[in-house]
Design a protein around this ligand. Structure first.
Ligand code: NAD
Length: 335
């Protein structure tokens, strides 16, 4: 099947070509993001392969459907960037990669916790400048601290398991309880209780209308002074302006972000020769207790291999008219 692959980086190409055994699909790689402007490139392609910051709004979906696209194969688990109602009305088939490596994301969340706590990001620079003073690098034992996990699905559960190994007390909040987490001794509590009792809060729930700006002024108010907040899930779970206020007042003691509300304009590109226009983002970078990575939590060899193999299998299932286990059934959506 002829597939237009958008937002292609060299690593996407390497892993997708390796997974496309025997050249079963005709993959055509495009560097630009998919949006209304670039949708013209999809003419003659029955399938489009897209990533997290491609714009899959109603207008773009209409344009690609008019060009003959029938399949939208996401190289991501999250599909919050797809206008699902429009995709359903256009009779597009939507497939995704629900689980490629929950370990990759969970391990990155824990890397952020450890780095922020022990100030590894600051120590790295100091040592290179010949500054061996320890002032300002004081950390705390993770052992015995209370960690609140919001969203205890695949990634949240593995994060909990790793932190259990450090001797942390685990609190959880989810709309459904995970027996694997309960087996670790996780106590499920209300969000309010989780915020009030946790030394560290790590977000692992999806971005849906109910979780948009889950962390705003009200939530921060309920948190312990000096809380460590980690977000490796989706940027819009956090109201960045409210969090900046919390950092300025000292209520938030540490912030680790792998995702950012307005990341579409920044992440995955080399902007080092440009003036960044996003003042909210630039303000975050001025805090010594903020660590930001550019949506790289998923970025391990194992994850990229799994994403590529599942994507190729999803496309093959569609081409051969087989039931695809990774299809999102849009007809079940409310009209
Ligand atoms: P999952 O579906 O296995 O788990 C999500 C959990 O959130 C489920 O247990 C679900 O019940 C829970 N949930 C749903 N609504 C909720 C609510 N209102 N409040 C609290 N919990 C709620 O998903 P996963 O594989 O663990 O992934 C979690 C998130 O991680 C994804 O939605 C995605 O946004 C993000 N993610 C980020 C990266 C990255 O590179 N940074 C990579 C993959 C996934």
């Amino acid at each position: 099947m002829k597939v237009a692959v958008f937002s292609t980086k060299s690593y996407d190409r390497t892993f997708l070509e390796a997974a496309n055994v025997g050249g079963q699909h005709d993959l055509v790689f495009f560097e630009p993001r998919l949006n209304l402007e670039t949708s013209v490139l999809t003419a003659g392609f029955p399938a489009v392969c897209a990533f997290v910051n491609d714009s899959l709004d109603a207008k773009t979906l209409r344009a690609i459907a008019q060009n003959g696209v029938r399949l939208l194969a996401l190289r991501s688990a999250g599909f919050n960037h797809v206008d699902l109602a429009a995709a359903r009305d256009l009779d597009l088939t939507l497939v995704r990669v629900p689980a490629y490596s929950p370990y990759a994301v969970a391990e990155h969340a824990v890397a952020m916790i450890l780095s922020l706590n022990r100030k590894i990001h600051r120590a790295y620079n100091r040592i290179r400048e010949g500054n061996f003073a320890l002032d300002g690098l004081l950390g705390f034992d993770l052992h015995g601290k209370t960690v609140g996990i919001v969203g205890t699905g695949r990634i949240g559960a593995i994060t909990a398991k790793i932190l259990h190994g450090f001797g942390c007390r685990l609190l959880g909040y989810d709309v459904s309880q995970n027996p694997d987490c309960e087996a670790l001794g996780m106590e499920y509590v209300s969000l309010q209780e989780l915020f009030a009792a946790s030394d560290i809060v790590s977000l692992h729930c999806p971005l849906i209308p109910e979780t948009y700006h889950l962390i705003g002024a009200g939530a921060i108010e309920q948190m312990k002074p000096g809380i460590m907040l980690i977000n490796t899930s989706r940027g819009q779970l956090i109201n960045t302006k409210a969090v900046t206020k919390g950092l300025k007042s000292g209520k938030i003691g540490y912030l680790g972000l792998d995702v950012y509300e307005q990341e579409t304009d920044l992440f995955f590109e080399d902007l080092s020769n440009q003036v960044i226009q996003d003042d909210v983002f630039q303000r975050l970078l001025t805090f010594p207790n903020v660590l930001i990575t550019g949506h790289q939590a998923f970025f391990t060899e194992e994850a990229l291999k799994n994403i590529a193999e599942s994507t190729i299998a999803n496309i093959t299932d569609f081409e051969q008219g087989r039931t695809c286990p990774n299809q999102i059934y849009l007809d079940k959506l409310k009209k």
